[in-house]
Ligand binder design. Structure first.
Ligand code: NAD
Ligand code: UGA
Length: 472
């Protein structure tokens, strides 16, 4: 029986390894992590991450050919193939702070592999890493190889949160990069054979290892660039009387452009887009490609601009002051159908409003009160001014005393002066806005940062409405 070990039981490692277990009953899959609390949650009825369909997949395999464990070393030693899905955040201090990928977790996983392994292994990079990381990993492994042969493959993950299970069950492609020699090709074939249990061969792309590593960074950069492009257009729409949703529709019908990723928003969030572009920027700078670096930086600058533009719009519309006014924030997750708040635009918008002394009442159907308060009490690492800052204490200065977490939309909006929609949760489309309006201060404002509401209907009720990319 082939044995797999997945190091890192997070948003990628957990769902990816669970789907492999589901689709390959003849393969034993162990998912390991240094975090006891994460592993305990994977072994409980309340999984550590929310993903539609995930519970069902885990329940079908857990205890059969899928286990979650903190016994990292044992499972690494026993595995034939080791998938590494540890976090690769942006470096917060030191050389490259604010841009470069922090490979501390990857390096410590590689050193542990080198320490404990006693037989040949295939090591798969699932994490998103800078191009040529495999070279560094190879050096770490070779240093203590004790005659053991390692083959390193790059097999980046393209799943999106909120649709992870579906993306894994029916991937648009699987990318595998490996060394071009016979041993590298043999390793590629072994990994291909695993995916072949449920993915058709024409969807499995094989490349050299550097192309696979770089393709992942390029993929996220292109997606984020598309959002910044439509968000840049949304500012122009507001200034000229065009409607961004109509512009998106027109663009989407051009087969050379296609329909997806054209929704203007309050800005993109999530753990990866910003970090991966910054990583790309840093690699370009290290290679002396200043113009290329500047080109990609602009994608993040437009995203920052979009978030601050939204805050400015809220404050300026409400007579240039939100001081002491209750504002309902609907949605805190970085997108719908996830509880993940990493780099959510809601953090920047809320901090911007708190900076203007607003009182916030925040409601999100999936994000816990503790998580929201934790996010709002942390300082951001400024990507263009890398300085390491300590988290603020939960005392008066961070404005947390002006933050309430509501149990539902109606509690959040009661007596509020304004509403900000920051996540496109489906339940917000079904809000009884007449009831909300009746309970709000007047004039009652709605700022739709996701363009999900029917502006005409809201105006009929009496709201003053601002919707991203629509003339005011
Ligand atoms: P995550 O923080 O949710 O999970 C990483 C896990 O690795 C954590 O549970 C951590 O405890 C564990 N870990 C760290 N070092 C370890 C070690 N030495 N041994 C054992 N466990 C260790 O991160 P994530 O969102 O799953 O992302 C992982 C990687 O996948 C990143 O490189 C990310 O860029 C990439 N990626 C993420 C997504 C996504 O949607 N989140 C999609 C595609 C790719
Ligand atoms: C993204 C990519 O889509 C995945 O292919 C990739 O694997 C993943 O990053 C990763 O490497 O982590 P994810 O961040 O989970 O996936 O979610 P997306 O659906 O891409 O949304 C990212 C952000 O962009 C969200 O804040 C979303 O609201 C925003 N967005 C997305 C828009 O503002 N407009 C759009 O049209 C689409």
């Amino acid at each position: 029986m082939v044995k797999l070990c997945g190091i890192g039981a997070g948003y990628v490692g957990g769902p990816t390894m669970a789907v492999i277990a589901l689709k390959c009953p003849s393969i034993e899959v162990a998912v390991v992590d240094i975090s006891q609390s994460r592993i305990s949650a994977w072994n409980s009825d309340k999984l550590p991450i929310y993903e539609p369909g995930l519970e069902n997949v885990v329940k079908q395999c857990r205890g059969k050919n899928l286990i979650f464990s903190t016994d990292v070393e044992r499972h690494v030693q026993e595995a034939d193939i080791i998938f590494v899905s540890v976090n690769t955040p942006t470096k917060a201090r030191g050389l490259g702070a604010g841009k470069a990928a922090d490979l501390t977790y990857w390096e410590s996983a590689a050193r542990m592999i080198a320490d404990v392994c006693t037989s040949d292994k295939i090591v798969v990079e699932k994490s998103t890493v800078p191009v040529r990381t495999a070279e560094a990993i190879e050096q770490i492994l070779a240093h203590k190889s004790k005659g053991i042969k390692y083959q390193i493959l790059s097999n980046p993950e393209f799943l999106s949160e909120g649709t992870a299970v579906q993306d894994l069950l029916e991937p648009d492609r699987v990318l595998i990069g490996g060394n071009e020699g016979p041993e590298g090709q043999e390793a590629i074939k072994k990994l291909k054979d695993i995916y072949a249990h449920w993915v058709s061969e024409d969807k499995i792309i094989t490349t050299n290892i550097w192309s696979a590593e770089l393709s992942k960074l390029a993929d996220n950069a292109f997606l984020a660039q598309r959002i910044s492009s439509i968000n840049a257009m949304s500012a122009l729409c507001e200034a000229t009387g065009a409607q961004v949703s109509q512009v998106s529709l027109a663009l989407s019908k051009n087969p050379k452009i296609g329909p997806r990723f054209l929704n203007a928003s309050v800005g993109f969030g999530g753990s990866c887009f910003q970090k991966d572009i910054l990583n790309l920027v840093y690699i370009c700078e290290c290679n002396g490609l200043v113009e290329v670096a500047n080109y990609w930086k602009q994608v993040i600058k437009v995203n920052d601009y979009q978030k601050s533009r939204f805050v400015q719009r809220v404050v300026s519309s409400m007579f240039n002051t939100v001081s002491g006014k209750k504002i309902a924030v609907l949605g805190f997750a970085f997108k719908k159908d996830t509880s993940d708040t990493r780099k959510t635009p809601a953090i920047d918008v809320c901090k911007g409003l708190l900076g203007d002394d607003a009182c916030l009442s925040i409601y999100d159907p999936r994000v816990s009160a503790d998580q929201i308060k934790k996010d709002l009490s942390m300082n951001n690492v400024q990507w263009d001014h890398p300085i390491h800052l300590q988290p603020l204490s939960s005392s008066s200065s961070n404005g947390l005393e002006h933050v309430d977490i509501a149990e539902d939309v109606y509690e959040a909006t009661k007596d509020a002066h304004g509403i900000c929609i920051l996540t496109e949760w489906d339940e917000f489309k079904g809000i009884d806005f007449q009831r909300v309006f009746d309970d709000m201060q007047k004039p009652a404002f709605v700022f739709d940062g996701r363009n999900i509401l029917d502006v005409g209907k809201l105006r009929e009720i009496g709201f003053i409405v601002y919707s991203i990319g629509s003339p005011v």
